[in-house]
Design a protein around this ligand. Sequence first.
Ligand SMILES: NC(=O)c1ccc[n+]([C@@H]2O[C@H](COP(=O)([O-])OP(=O)(O)OC[C@H]3O[C@@H](n4cnc5c(N)ncnc54)[C@H](OP(=O)(O)O)[C@@H]3O)[C@@H](O)[C@H]2O)c1
Length: 254
Amino acid sequence: MKCLSEQRTIIITGASGSIASGLISRFIELGDKLILIYRVFTEEYNSIKKKYPEQIFGIESDLKNLSEIQNKLDNTIADNKLNPGFLIHTAAMRSIDFSSLADGEPQIWYDVIENNLIITYHILRCSIEILRRNGFGRIVLFGSNVSRIGLGNGSAYSASKAAIANLCRSVACEEAENNILINTISPGPVKIDDSKFNPEYREFRKQYYDDQLKRIPLNRLADVDDIFNLCNFLISKTNTYITGEEIFVTGGAL
Ligand SMILES: NC(=O)c1ccc[n+]([C@@H]2O[C@H](COP(=O)([O-])OP(=O)(O)OC[C@H]3O[C@@H](n4cnc5c(N)ncnc54)[C@H](OP(=O)(O)O)[C@@H]3O)[C@@H](O)[C@H]2O)c1
């Protein structure tokens, strides 16, 4: 556990997600305070809030609504006298159309872009203002290895992830003078619990991951510790010179 002066306050989006859940338990162990953004509060949230009332602060909000998330974030920070210096943005919509660009439903394409790229703009728009007040900030966005290899039957997801990595580069240029460093973690397939997925998505994911595994020189999927260790370094004060980067966590696969 850290002494109070070292205690970080980290905003984490997509808090009910597979990777975020793993990151949250590890940051709690380190003694950090966490502002967790859920689209809908879960049982898991109720139980960690009960267990760590001084460390956990929850916000229920759909990130598609800029003014709502801005108000809720400002109120949570003011009401609890918090001083966040860090943002980890994991929230995203999975690739759900399973169709080629030419055959897929336009509305699904628009939804994936909105739920990945537009929400990233929203959370950056309200968080950067908060970090600027501190004169310090560290931000991690989540991309994907598909930003460089593409994704057949998932063009919207893959395009949105490439756009996030590019957005990161622009924001790095804009915010360097405010001592705000921003990077994108782009994992290949990560080992997560897939029991909550519907059978169609589980099968799509299994086939894709089996295929990807053959191309990974380290011969295993990433696990949450691989993601956490990088994330924890990127948001640390030790990181004073890496910004605007898209860092691939793929076990050597291109
Ligand atoms: N898992 C992998 O293998 C992998 C590989 C490469 C990259 N990534 C990236 O890593 C990040 C985390 O992945 P994951 O597997 O943990 O994803 P996940 O389990 O699908 O979690 C995504 C989270 O984002 C939330 N979310 C989506 N749209 C939202 C919105 N409009 N407002 C608020 N919350 C919203 C979801 O909320 P609900 O629960 O309410 O839907 C969910 O909690 C994602 O950016 C993903 O693209 C993952």
